[in-house]
Design a protein around this ligand. Structure first.
Ligand code: FAD
Length: 313
């Protein structure tokens, strides 16, 4: 089966893209894995794709002003050229929008936030605030799937390739809207919340001060997340909210600090591989899903944890 991996605006490969490419190659079964970047091709990207067995890479020559319509047009033109049965991307806001538009236009199934995919394109995903796992079998010839980070271990292909590079142009750009300005999010040295292997998240128990959570995250090389109580209070930006109405994370390690573990919050993190909870209330719901629980005041526990990590380094 031919598979297309939409890398968004990637100029090189990070862990989430490496995981998508690994998944694509494991499913292709002799078919061609192609990749699309929506920005002009960088040598670094071509070099990064070879070890993952990518056969063809597509990129535009320039980036146009009518961004969203052009992005959709680029993806559509590459789909027509490569004939995939499966198109994969990370579950970013951009990819989710492009897949939705094209799914409607091409009569293709769109399935978001998968956690696993089988060779017959059966998709596994969490639903109903993470309380159930469902398997979805697409019936259309083409299916678009966004895949959550950390769903698969990234692994280079048994034999590397030299990807053929192709220039692509938006075939049918139908600008229904024009982006007049964008304001980039503040740059952070921390990994992206949705892709991080370690997430340290804080809740109302922090009482407005995220500094200990940030220190622990930095010691562990992780990202900082939050409960809705913390984001609603304005203690941290809304993009850090994890849960039913926030982002979903699935890191190797999730440290929950001063968070009660309401079902809506758990929906965004309960597929984490290892969950450590710190809460002063031994009855807190979060302990129901924690692999390790520490009953105590976070202001005592976190400084000791940070000091111990530093001592062992
Ligand atoms: P609380 O429930 O107030 O818990 C604070 C915890 O901190 C308590 O367990 C307390 O024992 C502990 N604590 C206090 N002080 C300390 C200390 N010094 N040391 C250690 N522990 C301490 N919530 C989300 O997070 N994400 C969502 O996406 C989301 N979506 C929602 C959607 C809907 C439709 C609804 C109705 C609600 C949603 N919520 C969501 C809200 C959710 O129900 C909870 O209200 C929220 O998660 C509570 O946040 P919290 O755990 O930080 O606060």
């Amino acid at each position: 089966m031919n598979i297309l991996v939409d890398l968004g605006h990637a100029e090189s490969i990070a862990s989430a893209e490496a995981e998508l490419l690994t998944m694509a190659l494991s499913l292709a079964d002799g078919g061609v894995v192609s990749a699309l970047t929506h920005v002009p091709l960088q040598d670094q990207l071509v070099a990064d794709l070879g070890p993952y067995g990518v056969g063809r890479v597509f990129a535009p020559q320039t980036v146009a002003a009518d961004v969203s319509a052009t992005d959709t047009g680029l993806l559509e033109s590459v789909i027509r050229e490569t004939g995939p049965r499966l198109v994969l991307a990370s579950p970013t806001a951009d990819a989710t929008e492009w897949f939705g538009r094209l799914g409607a236009r091409l009569g293709a199934a769109v399935i978001t936030e998968a956690i696993a995919l089988a060779e017959d394109r059966t998709v596994t995903k969490s639903v109903l605030a993470g309380t159930h796992t469902t398997r979805v079998v697409p019936k259309t010839d083409l299916v678009f799937v966004t895949v959550k980070a950390n769903s698969i271990e990234a692994q280079p292909a048994p034999s590397a390739t030299t990807p053929q590079t192709h220039r692509c142009e938006p075939g049918i750009a139908r600008p229904a809207a024009r982006i007049v300005s964008t304001s980039p999010a503040p740059v952070s040295d921390r990994p992206k919340l949705t892709e991080a292997r370690v997430v340290v998240a804080g809740g109302r128990g922090l009482d407005g001060d995220f500094s200990l959570v940030e220190q622990l995250a930095d010691e562990l090389g992780g990202a900082v997340g939050a409960s809705r109580a913390a984001t609603d209070a304005g203690w941290i930006e809304h993009s850090a909210q994890i849960g039913q109405t926030g982002v979903t994370v699935s890191p190797q390690l999730f440290v929950s600090v001063g968070i009660s573990g309401a079902v809506q919050q758990r929906a965004g993190m309960q597929t984490s591989k290892v969950i450590v909870a710190i809460n002063k209330d031994e009855e807190a719901q979060v302990f129901e899903i924690a692999d390790f629980g520490i009953v105590g005041d976070l202001n005592d526990v976190l400084p000791q944890a940070i000091a111990e990590i530093r001592r062992r380094r």
